[in-house]
Write a protein of this length. Structure first.
Length: 557
């Protein structure tokens, strides 16, 4: 069976009883599965059977004066005079019915909405009101213009809200299912509640998700976001069913301790406490010995922070581990990821380093990793869970995970949506203060090269002179941003100038690669600007180098 279709004048569209390629429909932009039409000569112009057989002319109750003509919205998409769909207020590049005389347009999918709708979010059938009228959706609280109505409850709702939300969802960061509600009477709080997922106010006069056992509230979109919730196949539970979701749930700050090291030698202190003095750690090939002789500018290979006692060192290599790092659990649950994370001594990627999904910084220390999702947390970020108390702010900060970018109060950096993950900061519910993970994990005290005194992290301007500069780079500082300060010397400095551009990279370590015969050493940017042997560009960031071959290569190359 063939039809001649207005979208493609050159060839007829041929009927296919069972299309399984999953191509997108030329009419509605949704995947085509089942009965379809397409051009077999061009291998293109796939249509659902229903979209291909749409009538070219339509009488519609929203515009009874004139018939509407079917056309392809893509042909008019760049025309400034072209108006959006009267129902959804969007340009979606799909088949549209229009009256060009009256500048009235409606998508074919919006024009064919059902007169009644059964929705999971309401107990009674909803009736389409084919009349352009302004209304406020009782579920999402936003305005619309063509409502679905339950006359029995005086309940108005958008079509998208009626079909998009579920009665129950399960958030990764909460142990119980959340129930959809649009009654503020169910929330026993005098003040407006805040969403536990994005840490912003929730308007309890409209819809939200709620756990009555824990008084846990979440915005509709926050709880429904696929990056915040459990597998969709486990969500559609009725109230009488057992909740299988809780069987596998561990506490989100929980860890599964398993042996990360074998004790070789033990000393017994004066108080009778046994102290391992020599160990074999799973991350290193040689034995490590307990030490308290601190060397300048040495970093721990686990957390990539400055070494301080007590720590363990390798007598054969430039390898150090804090005592706290040898005691890290091998498995851990974290609220930023749906799967358990495994502690790995090196990232399982070709570059031997990773970009932390929380602070977005490069790191070559230990990673808490989900190899299935290529999700990584550095050691410092793995310690930050749902709530953080920080000396830089008077109120507790709560983890905020949202699809919107958020600004950090410590550096004014706008967090990005890294790897399609949610933007993560730690927010205060009392005031508009927020910290990204980069600032939240800054060391409270640190040293700088050969400077005599330690620097302390400072959160407020040190004077009222009006002139604020970094004494290292001699460039201006923003007085609202956090900085490091030596009070003994009245010496302020940018965090990046004190810690370096790559504070979570330990330079000088050697790595072996299958494609090079010698170990390569990780090197920071140098004045010489060696050329990368792969792309020929100068190595202006950190790179790998083989001194034996005079070979240099970018990390990405």
């Amino acid at each position: 069976m063939e039809i001649q279709h207005f979208c493609h004048d050159e060839h007829p569209l041929v009927f296919n009883e069972d299309e399984r390629g999953g191509e997108f429909c030329w009419g509605c932009r949704k995947p085509v599965l089942g009965s379809s039409y397409s051009c077999i000569k061009c291998e293109w112009y796939y249509h659902h059977k229903s979209c291909a057989e749409l009538p070219r002319e339509l009488q519609h109750p929203l515009h009874p004066k004139h018939p509407l003509i079917l056309f392809d919205e893509r042909k008019f998409y760049k025309d400034k005079e072209y108006s959006k769909c009267k129902v959804c207020k969007e340009n979606r590049r799909e088949y549209t019915y229009g009256c060009f005389r009256c500048n009235f347009y409606i998508h074919s999918t919006c024009a064919s909405l059902p007169l009644t709708l059964e929705s999971e979010v309401h107990d009674h059938p909803l009736t389409r009101i084919w009349k352009l009228m302004k209304f406020t959706c009782d579920l999402c609280g936003k305005e619309g213009n063509v409502p679905f109505l339950c006359a029995q409850c005086n309940f108005c709702i958008h079509k998208t809200c009626a079909s998009s939300y579920l009665r129950r969802v399960k958030a990764i960061r909460h142990n119980h299912p959340l129930h959809l509600t649009y009654s503020s009477r169910e929330v026993p709080q005098s003040d407006s509640p805040f969403c536990q997922l994005c840490v912003r106010k929730v308007d309890a006069d409209y819809g939200f998700y709620y756990c009555s056992s824990c008084d846990y509230v979440a915005h509709l979109d926050c709880a429904m976001d696929k990056r915040n919730r459990e597998d969709i196949n486990l969500l559609k539970l009725t109230d009488g069913e057992s909740n299988e979701l809780e069987i596998e749930d561990l506490e989100l700050d929980g860890s599964v301790d398993s042996a990360t090291y074998i004790v070789k030698k033990i000393n017994v202190g004066e108080d009778g406490i046994e102290i391992p003095t020599e160990i074999k750690h799973f991350s290193h090939e040689h034995d490590l010995k307990l030490s308290d002789e601190v060397e300048n500018n040495k970093k721990c290979d686990g957390c990539v922070r400055a070494i301080f006692p007590p720590f363990y060192r390798c007598a054969k290599c430039n390898f150090f581990l804090h005592k706290s790092c040898i005691e890290l659990p091998r498995k851990k649950r974290h609220p930023l990821h749906r799967h358990p994370l495994t502690l790995l001594p090196k990232a399982p990627y070709r570059t031997k380093s990773f970009q932390c999904n929380a602070c977005e910084q490069s790191c070559n220390g230990f990673t808490y990793c989900c190899e299935t999702c290529e999700f990584d947390l550095d050691v410092q970020c793995s310690f930050i869970l749902e709530i953080l108390s920080h000396k830089g702010h008077e109120h507790p900060l709560r983890l905020s995970s949202t699809r919107h970018c958020q600004n950090c109060s410590g550096c004014d950096f706008k967090s990005s949506l890294l790897f399609e993950q949610n933007s993560q900061v730690l927010r205060c519910i009392t005031c508009e203060f927020a910290l990204d993970f980069k600032c939240a994990t800054l060391p409270l005290t640190t040293r700088y090269k050969q400077h005599e005194h330690p620097f302390k992290l400072s959160y407020a301007v040190e004077d009222d002179s009006g002139d604020y500069y970094c004494d290292i780079c001699e460039e201006e500082r923003d007085p609202k941003h956090w900085f490091y300060y030596c009070a003994d010397c009245s010496y302020p400095a940018h965090p990046e100038c004190i810690l370096g551009k790559y504070p979570n990279i330990k330079f000088g370590g050697a790595y072996t690669f299958d494609w090079h015969p010698h170990p390569l050493t990780i090197i920071e940017k140098t004045k010489d600007h060696f050329e990368c042997h792969e792309c020929g560009e100068p190595c202006e960031k950190f790179f790998y180098q083989c001194a034996m071959c005079n070979f240099s290569i970018h990390k990405n190359c």
